[in-house]
Design a protein around this ligand. Structure first.
Ligand code: FES
Length: 91
């Protein structure tokens, strides 16, 4: 899945890393928003073998968007704000 940013184009840009690769984001993005608008397609891989997952509820209820943030542990991508320089590891 990919997403297109339609509003808030003028928010300050920042860079963080996903699986060791630099990814652009906008200040105030959630990790989920930043990863999908950057074209990564998914935030984790399903443990049930049905491929990449891009979240389900997008409001912190379903736990379908878990990622690992270095130094912080497992976080929901849909409710965690991106910060400059953080390292995200997809599961
Ligand atoms: S998408 Fe449901 S908790 Fe993040």
């Amino acid at each position: 899945m990919t997403a297109t940013r339609l509003v808030d184009q003028d928010r300050p840009a920042l860079i963080f890393r996903v699986d060791g690769v630099e990814v652009p984001a906008k200040q105030g993005d959630t990790l989920l928003t930043a990863m999908l608008t950057a074209g990564l397609g998914h935030v984790r891989t399903s443990e049930f073998g049905d491929g990449g997952r891009a979240g389900f509820c997008w409001m912190g209820a379903c736990q379908d968007c878990w990622v690992v943030v270095a130094g912080q542990g497992v976080r929901r991508a849909c409710t965690t704000l991106v910060e400059p320089g953080i390292e995200v590891i997809r599961r």
